[in-house]
Design a protein around this ligand. Structure first.
Ligand code: FES
Length: 321
């Protein structure tokens, strides 16, 4: 688990009509640990909820900036931040973790939907600073929903930002095939937003011959298992270090079974979106249910399994614990 940091809410302000920007400073007055665009932190809210939020703004700042959308189907985190969190309040957060790093490229296309703008706005600032040409397409339902409008709207020397509003006929469905250029060796795309949006990006990219390795994404929502997923299957999880093995019934996660048997499992989101519980797979065929790993990582020889949500296609799964 990453080191925990004590921070104070230094300010909260409106970003568009649906989101709140939150600035966090270290309680001890020191500069917070450095980070790179794409990094996120776990925020431990006083109501007992832990949520992951991407860091945004310039990565050289002494403070951290996050931006939280008001979710209509909030499971409690965004509601707490919007209704209860106040300047001066203390919070515990994890150090930044980066599972969505920006790679060196000749040119970059950034595709953000809704609150997915947060990591991509940080990436745009970094690309601008490094002189890498970029285009940021930012899709929102209505123009007034957009966050960081002033910041992204003008003044770039190396890039441009175009805001598309669905209610003006510019939905991702209508726009993506023209906004995503043809694949090119030096061109990379970074996308963030709802799972359906990122799936659409990948579909359009596949149709244009993009290689998986040039498409980078981060999900904010857990994978919803397909209705016909074989969730009823029981399998056995085995610890490579001791050979201990336990059945994992359909109504329990691997992590729950391990914890019940006294095995320490680092957990955070428990939804397959943060990467805290990723563990090496020694043997077996994983039924990956997380959104933190890319399709390539899920198909690699040296795989990792998200213990909080994934299951097994094989009767036995041997893990590197
Ligand atoms: S605890 Fe976050 S991916 Fe498993």
């Amino acid at each position: 688990m990453s080191e925990m940091l004590s921070v104070i809410v230094d300010g909260l302000w409106r970003q568009g009509d649906k989101s709140l920007a939150v600035r966090l400073v270290a309680e001890n007055g020191e500069t917070l640990p450095g980070w790179q665009p794409g990094a996120h932190i776990d925020v431990h809210l006083p109501c007992g909820i832990i949520r992951q939020y991407s860091l945004t703004g310039a990565c050289g700042d002494e403070s951290y900036l996050i931006c939280v959308g008001r979710e209509t189907a909030s499971r409690g985190g965004s509601r707490y931040i919007h209704e209860t969190l106040r300047p001066g309040q203390k919070l515990s957060i994890s150090s930044p973790r980066n599972l969505f790093p920006l790679n060196q490229a000749e040119r970059v296309v950034l595709l953000a939907a809704g609150i997915g703008i947060t990591p991509l706005y940080a990436m745009a600032l970094q690309l601008e600073a490094s002189g890498t040409p970029f285009t940021l397409h930012y899709y929102v339902k209505k123009r007034e929903n957009a966050a960081f409008v002033r910041e992204v709207s003008g003044g770039w020397r190396n890039g441009e930002c175009i805001i598309h509003a669905s209610c003006e006929g510019e939905s991702p469905r209508a726009r993506l095939s023209q906004d995503l250029p043809a694949a090119h060796d030096g061109l990379h795309v970074y996308t963030c937003g709802p799972v359906e949006f990122m799936t659409k990006v990948r579909d359009v990219a596949a149709g244009k011959g993009w290689a998986e390795t040039h498409i980078h994404s981060e999900a904010f929502q857990p994978v919803v298992p397909a209705a016909n997923a074989d969730t009823g299957d029981v399998f056995t999880v085995t610890l490579a270090s001791t050979g201990e093995r336990w059945p994992v019934p359909a109504d329990k996660t691997i992590a729950q079974v391990l914890l019940e048997n006294g095995v320490a499992v680092p957990l955070s989101c428990e939804m397959g979106i943060c990467g805290a519980c990723l563990t090496p797979v020694i043997d077996g065929v994983v039924d990956h249910r997380d959104t933190v790993q890319s399709a390539e990582e899920k198909g690699a020889r040296d795989q990792q399994v998200a213990l909080c949500c994934s299951r097994s296609h094989s009767g036995e799964l041997v893990i590197g614990l």
